[in-house]
Design a binder for this molecule. Sequence first.
Ligand SMILES: NC(=O)c1ccc[n+]([C@@H]2O[C@H](COP(=O)([O-])OP(=O)(O)OC[C@H]3O[C@@H](n4cnc5c(N)ncnc54)[C@H](OP(=O)(O)O)[C@@H]3O)[C@@H](O)[C@H]2O)c1
Length: 270
Amino acid sequence: MKVFIITGGSDGIGAEMARQLAATHKADASLVIAGRSQDKLDAVAAQCEALGSQVLTVAMDVSDEAQCRDMVAQATARFGRIDALVNNAGISAQALFEDVTAQDLHWYESLMKVNFWGAVWCTHAALPHIKAARGHIVAVGSLAGLVGVPGRTAYSATKFAMTGFFESLRIEMKGAGVSVTTAFPGVVATQIRYRGYNAKGEPAGTSGLKEDNAMSVQECARLIIDGMNARQREVVMTAQGKVGRLLKLIAPGVVEQLALKALKNEVRPR
Ligand SMILES: NC(=O)c1ccc[n+]([C@@H]2O[C@H](COP(=O)([O-])OP(=O)(O)OC[C@H]3O[C@@H](n4cnc5c(N)ncnc54)[C@H](OP(=O)(O)O)[C@@H]3O)[C@@H](O)[C@H]2O)c1
């Protein structure tokens, strides 16, 4: 039996990863799916249980350290081990830095707590169990964690922080047989940008990015699972992302133009 914890397992990429793991491992998978919305967790759990897996749902907020530690404790109390932790819970944001008022700037810290600290706290709590299983840690970062994106000073900062944290941890864990895989999705067809913060820290209700070539959530989840299974260091998801990363070293101005082009006209810097 393999025990997988997925934060942000109630929707989007995390929910799809849970369904794909259940479809592959059936009764051999025990899934812990965590997120704030119990009703959404229940719906995903029912889909995975129908495929034969056991599921523990934990309604929790990753921006609270105690809730992260309690979620991991619940997982080990129920299943006795942890083979993989997928740090996927995240929120988005789209705002030009100069449009954020001093009164509203606090949401930059909230975003960091969810996207970065949530991953750090869950990983810290789960690490002894993952070491015992010589298992896997997965971080769902973003291409915005490799290349700065205009309108995403907050989001890019959280994802660059994840990139550095998990790159360092990967080397620390090498001798322990624990793999650390960082996934760098591009634009994936979920609701994340619509729910993400605007300059006031309210749900944006609209996406600032061009969505026409968005990757399907199924393909994104499959690439992350394949990367985890192969114990890959990184899963850089789009050709543009792979090229952009290298190009940044030799022609950063070109990459900046590409980053601007990814934005809809109405959210571009004035
Ligand atoms: N979609 C993309 O284009 C894209 C691109 C690059 C990277 N990513 C990354 O992929 C990950 C998943 O994104 P997605 O597109 O699947 O987004 P999504 O559909 O909005 O799902 C986000 C998940 O995170 C959970 N979540 C949000 N805040 C939370 C909190 N404070 N505590 C616990 N759970 C929380 C949500 O559940 P509740 O609302 O129930 O809490 C939900 O399950 C994120 O880390 C995101 O940054 C996405």
